[in-house]
Design a protein around this ligand. Structure first.
Ligand code: GAL
Length: 686
């Protein structure tokens, strides 16, 4: 049986981040009472409070948080308790500098902010074991605690590690991977520029080099190593917690950051992922999405889609509730009335069953005096508290949606190796970023709900077959396993779109000495004859697809069809005018479209339209581009979320009468969705 809700509570739930250590104890009871009155039923606590539990090495005390938990226990408030390892105590950094992370040039990050430790220091791992064990033993069975958060935002603020401990562990990682230094030399192509190593002892994490260029194959392994280190560190904590907490109490962590395989992280260590949503409220409201190239108001929809690929139903541990800003940077304005609701429901629309605001009251000291919570320093009731209470009321009405899955019409494929490769390979990065934005924006503007599908070592063909259309824009690094999965997907009836630069690198990041797209040549029914970058910055060329001009952005592969394949579009200009830009190939019960460019949003929209994928809900709703459509489905019942990011009402057309859950009324025909408004329409069975 699938869990009904991520929190195993009975319904969608609203919560808030709270810091008892920031306030006078007299405020605790009143704070909890006000939260509960406003419909905030869960608090997340203690993620930065190490010193309150271990003020000196090996000296543990629980008095402060025990007093707080005694206050909590008298109320129905539930608690997500955190391990405080994101902020090592001064005594630890002072006594054991080896626990500190370092800049690439070796300078250590010192005490005074947060996240300045490294995952690989044996000392830090021991200190972590000690504090986590102490907390788990003391609070593991507490009746108010429903779940645990490990650390806080792993890999946020810094996701590169250059300490001595990292080099030591990197060597172990490489020894296990390659077995001999000769094999490492081969994999890293060290014959180039005399980079060969005689011994693993000479190998380090990347260090300062001229131009910061370094060896690309080393970088690829380094990013894989950071990912592994992050997962191992989480695993260390999860194992201790599991041994002490009852079944049914969950383990999670928050945020989705770089250089970590979040899928592995969640599968090995967590019950589900939580996301932190900071929409910033800074985009210009009322902007025309057709002219706004970034759809900044929807950026979080993209991040939430990524979160959903890790955990289909998830929670948002931190949802921005006030103006942003640190003392050192301006941040973002206050949410306008309605915007807290809009973005909280954006999270729900994408699969969140739990939303927790950051934070109850703005801190009156420290770096984040401008990072506002629901309440201001003066602690009076305010409009944001009133809006939070209204959101709680709305979540009550969304009870039937609890546990419902997002329903996408197609998916864009990602693999961690290619995300890592795109980080340091400028050619790859250019096409990757172009197409990531292109497909997401096309999906948004055509109201075609989209997922990300990550291919990992565990992915099976059936998971691919959930989608009638898959897009793998740039499978630059291509393994035999992935090529095999794509082939079995297509043969079983799937439709696949690929773009330029497919299949030209092996798993070490070496370029293969075969016609591109390498392992996908037969499946695509195409070969790359010639190719060219068409920037910088980002160049555009065009191809003619049955009289329609289609943009082939950033890079052009000039294609040629293999026997049986068909040319659908040809380039319009340059020395390759008239040469194939798009090839169609049937294979088994499916088909492949190989495109020679990267995908701008206009191009992605052409594909969605021509393949009949765009606007799958056009029979129910007709929406302007300003409106996001997200769909969740449970037991055959579909819930359509309509979100208006504009400061003005927008016209929508409902083609049949549908119940709107938030108002409880029925709506049909031409309607005006209010400024920053959200409707959730019950649309029945498919
Ligand atoms: C998050 C972090 C919070 C707080 C917030 C505002 O990334 O988890 O602790 O710092 O940003 O800056």
């Amino acid at each position: 049986m699938e869990k009904a809700s991520v929190l195993q509570l009975d319904k969608m739930t609203l919560g808030v981040c709270y810091y008892p250590e920031h306030w006078k104890e007299e405020l605790w009871e009143q704070d909890l009472a006000r939260m509960l009155q406003s419909g905030l039923r869960v608090i997340r606590i203690a993620e930065f409070a190490w010193n309150f539990f271990e003020p000196e090495e090996g000296v543990f005390t629980f008095e402060f948080f025990d007093r707080f938990m005694q206050v909590v226990e008298k109320t129905p408030m539930k608690v997500i308790f955190c391990t405080p390892t994101a902020t090592p105590p001064a005594w630890a950094s002072d006594r054991y500098p080896e626990i500190l992370n370092a800049r690439k040039d070796g300078v250590l990050y010192r005490h005074g902010l947060r996240r300045h430790y490294n995952y690989n220091s044996e000392k830090y791992r021991q200190l972590t074991r000690d504090i986590v064990s102490a907390l788990a033993r003391h609070y593991g069975q507490h009746p108010s605690i429903i779940g645990w958060q490990i650390d806080n935002e792993l890999n946020c603020e810094v996701n590169e590690f250059y300490s001595e401990s990292d080099s030591v562990c990197f060597r172990t990682f490489l020894k296990e991977k390659y077995g001999s230094i000769e094999r490492l030399n081969e994999a890293w192509g060290t014959a180039f520029w005399n980079q060969s190593y005689n011994d693993f002892e000479q190998v380090h994490v990347p260090r300062t080099t001229l131009n910061e260029e370094g060896n690309p194959h080393q970088k690829l392994d380094y990013l894989r190593f950071i990912s592994e280190s992050t997962c191992r560190y989480t695993g260390l904590q999860a194992k201790i917690l599991r041994a002490h907490i009852p079944a049914g109490v969950f383990i999670t962590t928050n945020g989705l950051f770089g250089n970590v395989d979040n899928h592995r992280q969640a599968a090995e260590n967590l019950d589900f992922m939580m996301y932190d949503s900071y929409p910033s409220f800074a985009f210009s409201p009322g902007s025309d999405p057709k002219n706004d190239p970034n759809l900044a108001d929807r950026k979080w929809s993209q991040n939430l889609s990524e979160t959903r690929s890790v955990s289909p139903v998830f929670g948002v541990m931190e949802q921005q509730s006030g103006a942003g800003g640190w003392t050192s940077w301006l941040g973002s304005p206050s949410p306008k009335p309605g915007q807290m609701t809009l973005w909280a429901l954006q999270s729900v629309a994408h699969g969140a069953d739990y939303v927790s605001f950051f934070r109850w009251r703005t801190c009156t000291f420290g770096t984040e005096i401008y990072w506002h919570g629901i309440l201001d320093y003066d602690n009076r009731d305010n409009r944001r508290l009133r809006e939070a209470a209204q959101i709680a009321g709305k979540l009550e009405k969304l009870a039937p949606v609890t546990g419902a899955r997002y329903k996408a019409a197609f998916a864009v494929i990602r693999e961690y190796d290619n995300l890592f490769d795109a980080q340091y390979d400028a050619w790859h990065r250019l096409v990757h970023e172009t197409s990531e934005a292109g497909w997401f924006q096309a999906a948004q503007l055509t109201h075609t709900p989209m997922d990300y599908l990550y291919i990992t070592e565990h992915t099976k063909t059936e998971e691919l077959l959930r989608y009638p259309l898959l897009v793998y824009p740039h499978a630059t690094l291509l393994s035999e396993r992935t090529a095999g999965l794509l082939e079995s997907y297509v043969k079983a009836g799937g439709r696949l779109i690929t773009g330029c630069r497919t299949g030209y690198k092996d798993e070490n990041g070496h370029c293969i000495m075969q016609p591109k797209p390498g392992l996908l040549r037969e499946l695509c029914g195409a070969e790359v004859e010639d190719f060219t970058l068409i920037g910088p910055p980002v160049g555009r060329s065009f191809a003619d697809w049955d009289g329609e001009q289609v943009e082939a952005t950033a890079f052009n592969d000039i294609l040629s069809p293999l026997p049986g394949a068909e040319v659908l579009a040809r380039y319009c200009q340059d020395y390759y005018a008239g040469q194939p830009a798009l090839i169609h190939n049937r294979c088994g019960r499916g088909e492949v479209f190989s495109f020679g460019g990267a995908f701008s949003r206009e191009t992605a929209m052409v594909f969605l339209r021509r393949l009949g994928i765009a606007e799958p809900f056009a029979g129910l709703v007709c929406l302007p581009p300003e409106c996001e459509l997200a769909v969740r489905e449970k037991e055959g019942e579909r819930y359509l979320f309509l979100l208006n990011y504009q400061s003005r009402p927008i016209e929508v057309l409902l083609r049949r009468e549908m119940e709107e859950l938030l108002s409880g009324g029925y709506k049909e025909g031409a309607q005006k969705l209010p400024p920053y408004g959200v409707w959730v329409l019950r649309a029945g069975q498919d």
